[in-house]
Design a protein around this ligand. Structure first.
Ligand SMILES: [Zn+2]
Length: 277
């Protein structure tokens, strides 16, 4: 799903960077939303052109932040012998396309945590500049941009650390459970169940807020929630299928699901072992 309808921007190291067409729509929406919201409220007395420029810079910062987050996952994966050929940015964030799954809980943990650590580092630097160096001039262009970079990366880190698969925190949870129980399938099922619960919570909160505040803006968390819930469900089903005991069991129980598109955060082709070190 994500691989199709994508534009290639270039390569970083050996990794191809792609932008899906769905992301372009989100980029345009974000520029508009920043212009009428964040920038209009905080920029003070500036020209309309300058406000649009700052909004564009803000959207580019989010783009760069998501890319840095995915590159961080990718570099750790490559260092641990898992090839990453490309990164695609799409409507709900970024995907590092992985050729195979980590073979041990240790590698899974390091790879999963690398993205949020990168986001926390960027947030820390932006926060230091904004609240340390520029504290006295809260409406300047530099203050607006660094404050946005701070919040965007802090939200990226916190959201991704929610311990529900397929989010990074869910991968961390799976790695920990995998390490303790030595059961890859059960660990995936538990982490995916948390992911499904979180997805449903997002849907419920979004619908409630959309009704309470009478604004369609809260439909965004609803969409993200549906995406996470479905992906968590399909991930658990796929892992169960790959590790099913008999070919008959694999074929009969899960055959219809193999036709479903699966936009996973890390795309896996080979099943990892059921036990880890
Ligand atoms: Zn991540």
């Amino acid at each position: 799903m994500i691989g199709k309808a994508s534009l290639r921007l270039g390569t970083i190291g050996s990794i191809e960077i792609n932008v899906n067409v769905t992301w372009l729509a989100v980029f345009a929406l974000l520029v508009y939303w920043l212009r009428v919201g964040y920038v209009a409220e905080n920029a003070g007395d500036i020209t309309s052109a300058a406000a649009w420029l700052i909004s564009g810079a803000g959207a580019l910062i989010l783009f760069a932040s998501v890319l840095a987050h995915e590159l961080s996952h990718s570099f750790v994966a490559i260092r641990n012998g898992l090839p990453i050929k490309k990164i695609t940015l799409f409507i709900f964030g970024g995907v590092a396309h992985m050729e195979s799954e980590p073979r041990t809980p240790g590698v899974e943990f390091k790879m999963a945590i690398a993205g949020p650590i990168m986001s926390i580092c960027i947030a820390a630097v932006a926060g230091l500049v904004r609240f340390g160096l520029l504290g006295g001039n809260p409406t300047g262009v530099a203050a607006l941009i660094t404050e946005y970079a701070f919040y965007a990366n802090a939200v990226l880190a916190c959201f991704n650390l929610v311990p529900g698969f397929p989010l990074d925190g869910g991968r961390v949870l799976r790695a920990l459970l995998w390490k303790v129980t030595r059961d890859y399938v059960k660990s995936t099922v538990v982490a995916s169940a948390v992911g499904r619960a979180f997805g449903l919570l997002l849907v419920f909160s979004g619908v409630t807020a959309a009704i309470a505040y009478e604004t369609p803006a809260f439909l965004w968390p609803v969409l993200v929630g549906v995406f996470i819930e479905r992906l968590a469900h399909l991930s658990a089903v796929r892992v169960r299928r790959m590790h099913a005991r008999t070919p008959l069991e694999r074929g009969i129980r899960f055959a219809p699901i193999t036709a479903t598109p699966r936009p996973v955060f890390y795309r896996d082709r080979e099943p990892p072992p059921t036990t880890g070190k």
